[in-house]
Design a binder for this molecule. Sequence first.
Ligand SMILES: NC(=O)c1ccc[n+]([C@@H]2O[C@H](COP(=O)([O-])OP(=O)(O)OC[C@H]3O[C@@H](n4cnc5c(N)ncnc54)[C@H](OP(=O)(O)O)[C@@H]3O)[C@@H](O)[C@H]2O)c1
Length: 327
Amino acid sequence: MRLLVLGGTQFLGRHVASAALARGHDVATFTRGVSGPPPEGVRALHGDRDDPEALPRALGEWAPELVVDTSARTRAAARQAAAVLGGVHGYAFVSSLNAYRGWPPGPVGPEDGEPTWNTEDDDYGPNKAFAERVIGARVGRGFVTARAGLVVGPYDYVHRLGWWLERVHRGGRVVVPAEGLAQPIALVDARDLAGWLVEVAEAGTGGAVNATGPADMTTLGSLLDLCREVTGGDAEWVPVPEADLLAAGVEEWVHLPLWLRQETARTAWDVDTTRARALGLPSRPLAETVHDTWAWQQQDRRPACSPNGLPRPGLPAELEAALLGSR
Ligand SMILES: NC(=O)c1ccc[n+]([C@@H]2O[C@H](COP(=O)([O-])OP(=O)(O)OC[C@H]3O[C@@H](n4cnc5c(N)ncnc54)[C@H](OP(=O)(O)O)[C@@H]3O)[C@@H](O)[C@H]2O)c1
């Protein structure tokens, strides 16, 4: 079928384009052309999603039957997509757990019982919720919104797992959050999510899905151990109590990526993924994800950048030195 990826050249969307090609679709991506080309074999259409003329102009006679939308961040982008693509058979929209009013901190129960944002704020979560409503209303039954949790894997330019891999590889004494090590976390490999998005679009599946790994899949400590195993080296964990991290100015999620303070972490990772599992969202072994991400990072990593102007993740050297110096 003719499958359009709105996005498709960076991380998740790139995997979507590859998965769609592998499943025999005629695939096009629609991007500004700023972040580079899509995978080989894909037709590259260009334009800005916020521009109402751009998408119809780029599509011309090529009428998509399926859409996977990995790039909607603005309300204008949502309106343009709704206006042009309302008639497709299947539209898989990549949303976020941030579409829920109550997340973070969560917990997040089954999709239908959880309210999403319904405000005018020009913020990430409210914009995702707006896009779900506007595009969903036009597409109807074949609209599925994947409220993604933490997405990792090769081509991850956000570089959260990537920062840990590099830091652990460098070895020596590594600051880790003392209470955070035992904290369950959940994540989804971009390749698992991408292949599944193509499949649910093909099937014309509808509704909302919490699209992340099972809540009990691992802990932060096990993930860091895996990073050490995969990268080799002599990293030695130096567990620093949460109170000391916060007193030193360490910002959760940003300075120590994937770490949330206990008060938030207790519920933030508790997300009901029963529907995702029932609809076949895979969760490959974490060791494979970590291994492949590290392999990619060593040969082909583009510079880390941050969507939405978020700060680049990682522990500043002076903070690390101060924390280690007192231990
Ligand atoms: N990473 C996570 O942990 C996480 C968690 C939850 C949800 N998500 C969601 O998952 C998705 C991740 O997608 P990705 O960034 O990996 O996807 P991607 O499709 O690989 O990359 C983003 C694409 O958007 C295009 N783009 C950006 N602005 C555009 C515009 N104004 N008009 C047209 N195209 C534009 C970029 O190309 P150009 O720059 O060339 O235009 C690029 O191809 C996002 O929707 C994000 O909200 C991520």
